[in-house]
Design a protein around this ligand. Sequence first.
Ligand SMILES: Cc1cc2nc3c(=O)[nH]c(=O)nc-3n(C[C@H](O)[C@H](O)[C@H](O)COP(=O)(O)O)c2cc1C
Length: 326
Amino acid sequence: MSERSASAVLAEAAAAAGYAPSVHNTQPWYWRVAGGALYLFADRRRQLQNTDPDGRLLMISCGAALHHARVSLAAQGWTASVRRMSDPADGDLLATVTLADHVGVTASAMRDFQALRLRHTDRRPVSAYGVPPIALEEIQRAAGGEGVDLHVLKPDQVSELASASARADHIELMDPEQRQELAYWVGGERAEGTGVPDSAIPHAPLQTVVPGRDFVRAGTLEAGPGHDKEASYAVLFGSGDSPADWLRAGEAMSATWLTAQQLGLSVLPFSAVIEVPATRETLHRTILEGIGYPYLVLRIGLPDPDHAGAPHTPRLPAEQTVEIAD
Ligand SMILES: Cc1cc2nc3c(=O)[nH]c(=O)nc-3n(C[C@H](O)[C@H](O)[C@H](O)COP(=O)(O)O)c2cc1C
């Protein structure tokens, strides 16, 4: 054991996990440090009950938080052992993390940790240059390292995604309860530390091939007149479609995003097509040709070089998401 106690190391990892991306910035996780272990729970109070009744996006978000905690442990020099969904009687206990060996900090662990602090969702148009194939391969390897596949869409599949995405948005916005949920989580300054603030939403509708989520309001984020024509679209997918698979998908999403960040690329998740069962099925049958279940769509691109990115979105204070019982 190093000079710091296991409890302090694990608490720091749980606090760093707070930087993880989550659907509508709901941060639907709760951490408990007790008896030399770190427990990750789903916090159903921040589940999108109408938009995400099965908790898919909640699990993906919690998976991202779990991966962020793992990155923090590596940046503190520790290897960790992780048991996922180990209690059949408690589906909300998502993972138990314990410290394994103190191996010291590697340069790659530090780069991952720096990327964790810099990463953010970029809803601006991408630049006029495409993503180098070699970069996409590296991002695919990052997903593969977490046991999840990443399929990069071919041009004809991007058109299929565009129509599925428009359909998903339309279906969601026709539903008054989903509209209400969206309005609850999106817009304003978000002083309470959750949700998507106006500062992260473009000030005007963008020209896009694939429509991004319609937040039904203009934000304050300056965005150029660019397009998404040079963006790459990719689907994270795998052979299972259970909560445990969605958790792994979230870990893979975090790993791909931190890799993209280090390659100077911007990432924007698209989840409406996953939330709506009919369009999720379209992705499964057409784009993935039945070879796997889609977990999340990602737009990957070179960031707009002419405008500043959005400021970081707020987060809940660690005291509200991390309990230290030791
Ligand atoms: C599972 C998941 C689904 C998401 N879906 C969307 C989406 O459909 N549209 C969008 O603009 N952002 C989406 N996001 C991005 C979140 O809104 C974003 O992570 C959150 O607001 C925190 O901001 P940050 O990523 O800049 O830290 C998604 C994120 C996650 C993890």
